[in-house]
Write a protein of this length. Structure first.
Length: 236
């Protein structure tokens, strides 16, 4: 989060620096050129971070159905133990790229037209300052969206013992969870990496119905049927 915030905040700061360095002949011409190059660099870095954020939030290609549910071998030849691959992540990731690229091109087209009007009316330096201010505001909004403000359970109690009394589920749900695990021997919980606990802080994107961590919570049976249908009405 700190790395992303530094990368994001550098782009509007370079825009402000370019504004201050483009005052006229009193400033050496290489100074605004350097800041313009920095703006291009951090713009490409911001696009890369957006792609990485989309993959991190919506990519579920490593959550194989055969690992966490019964093997689906009905359509495979006898004796085949190959697991089917889930392609549910590709529509999600592609949709994220579509939204980000569409918004990027629309905002770029609008900024080109409005920037030309501002340049003719208030001057190039003031127009650049206004653009940097708008970019700074959008950066703060994105930072608020990426803040992990809510703590959610992502690993079942059966793996690391029971939760503390403050976060413990009702006794009835605990018995139902234990009964479902005992009745389905092929079920295994999803554990990503080397977690230090059952809880994880999530941001606004990760709390979405099609996000990676919501899918992990569903596979780990931490979402009730009512909650899952509320998040994703098409789920059965």
């Amino acid at each position: 989060m700190v790395r992303r915030f530094v990368f994001m905040i550098m782009l509007p700061l370079c825009g402000i620096a370019y504004t201050l360095a483009s005052g006229g002949p009193s400033t050496h011409y290489m100074v605004p050129i350097i800041f313009a190059g920095a703006i291009g660099f951090f713009s490409n870095l911001a696009i890369s971070e957006c792609h990485g954020l989309i993959m991190e939030t919506y990519d579920t290609s490593d959550l194989q159905p055969g690992t966490n549910s019964r093997h689906r071998l009905a359509s495979l030849p006898p004796g085949t133990t190959r697991k089917r691959t889930t392609y549910s992540s590709y529509p999600r990731v592609s949709a994220g790229f579509l939204v980000s690229q569409s918004l990027g091109f629309l905002l770029a087209a609008g900024a080109t037209g409005i920037g030309g009007v501002l340049t003719r009316r208030v001057g190039a330096q003031r127009a650049t300052a206004i653009t940097a201010g708008i970019l700074f505001g959008l950066t703060l909004l994105l930072t608020m969206v990426l803040l992990r403000f809510k703590k959610m359970q992502v690993i079942p109690n059966e793996l690391f013992g029971h939760l503390s009394s403050s976060n413990a589920p009702p006794e009835q749900e605990r018995r139902q969870s234990a009964t479902s695990v005992a009745s389905d021997r092929s079920w295994r919980a999803v554990v990503i990496g080397n977690p230090s606990g059952k809880m994880r802080r999530m941001n606004m994107l990760e709390l979405g119905s099609l996000s990676r961590w919501t899918e992990i919570r569903r596979l780990n049976r931490l979402l009730t049927r009512q909650t899952t249908q509320a998040l994703n009405p098409g789920w059965r």
